[in-house]
Design a binder for this molecule. Structure first.
Ligand code: FES
Length: 112
């Protein structure tokens, strides 16, 4: 059995994502949203599994607020838990990719 090895990718400085905010990064051809909630970092792919819409931005460009640890897709209302990527409300039925995060030497990294 082979063990999956992760590649850690540096995204930004730790202080670049303030408490209660998020940033979106393009990594390896994917858009990844990183949130800081209650001091912890959570990273999910910023692409709804229902029909491919962005999860973090409405059509008018305004940010989609979190509801606790959930984000609601602005297109059709599918919801995901940012702590796991789990789809928690229809029409989203498939989990969104979730990424492990860490802070190393003052920099936020995600595992790919
Ligand atoms: S594209 Fe997200 S719920 Fe439809």
């Amino acid at each position: 059995m082979s063990k999956k090895t992760s590649t850690w990718v540096v995204l930004c400085a730790d202080e670049d994502i303030a408490e209660g905010s998020r940033e979106v990064f393009e990594v390896d051809g994917k858009w990844i949203a990183v949130f800081r909630v209650s001091g912890k970092l959570y990273a999910i792919e910023d692409l709804c599994t229902h029909d491919g819409g962005t999860l973090t931005e409405r059509a008018d460009g305004s940010p989609v607020p979190l509801d606790g640890y959930e984000i609601e897709c602005p297109r059709h209302g599918g919801r995901f838990d940012i702590r796991s990527g789990k789809a928690v409300h229809a029409p989203a039925l498939i989990d969104v990719p979730w990424y492990e995060t860490r802070v190393q030497d003052g920099m936020i990294e995600i595992a790919l």
